[in-house]
Design a protein around this ligand. Structure first.
Ligand code: GLN
Length: 187
């Protein structure tokens, strides 16, 4: 039997970069735009993009509950940048104003665009738990992790600040590994 593909939520954002990263690693992927597609996957990537739009589209296509069920079934989920925002428990803005409704799968508080605007985007070394050498982290209007809940593990830091977290099989990164390291983060 061939292995199930890794799903990439392809409603909006940089899903094609994730696809290219998985391709480079020889990992089969499937774009997920509806619940039936998610059922066929062994893991899910929620890409970077715009969390306000992603919230709207996720609810329009009816993927919110299936993603929560997917996580509850113990399947791995990786969220990068806007994907981290979608996985978070809390966003530190008035929800009625920003319109982001996160999934609440990672007990963290995040601030959207917490490192500044597009012009403040940067690439810098990120220290990853269990790795001797730092990896390049691409931060594009990245969310800032302001609070980390007790059961949440820190898996990546930038200048001592938490930029990657994991809780069980759910991982959220403020930066874009698909520009370099890819989905080894899913396992
Ligand atoms: N600032 C975006 C948001 O709020 C995230 C940016 C990104 O994913 N590169 O959703």
């Amino acid at each position: 039997m061939t292995e199930q593909p890794v799903g990439i939520l392809a409603l909006q954002g940089d899903f094609a970069l994730h696809a290219a990263a998985l391709d480079r690693q020889g990992v089969a992927y499937l774009y997920v735009r509806r619940p039936e597609e998610l059922t066929a996957c062994r893991g899910l990537v929620i890409p970077g993009g715009e969390s306000t739009t992603m919230t709207r589209l996720m609810d329009i296509v009816g993927l919110r509950q299936p993603i929560l069920d997917f996580a509850a079934a113990g399947k791995p989920i990786l969220g990068t940048c806007a994907g981290l925002i979608m996985l978070a428990a809390r966003v530190d803005e008035d929800e009625r104003r920003h319109g982001v409704k996160p999934l609440g799968l990672l007990d963290v508080l995040v601030r959207r665009n917490g490192y500044g605007r597009q012009v403040d985007s940067f690439v810098d070394e990120v220290v990853v738990a269990g790795r001797a050498d730092p990896v390049p982290g691409v931060f594009i209007r990245a969310p800032r992790i302001l609070e980390v809940g007790a059961g949440v593990e820190v898996v990546a830091t930038w200048r001592g600040e938490t930029v990657g977290v994991r809780s069980g099989k759910v991982t959220g990164l403020a930066f874009h590994p698909e520009a370099g390291e890819g989905e080894s983060w899913l396992s």
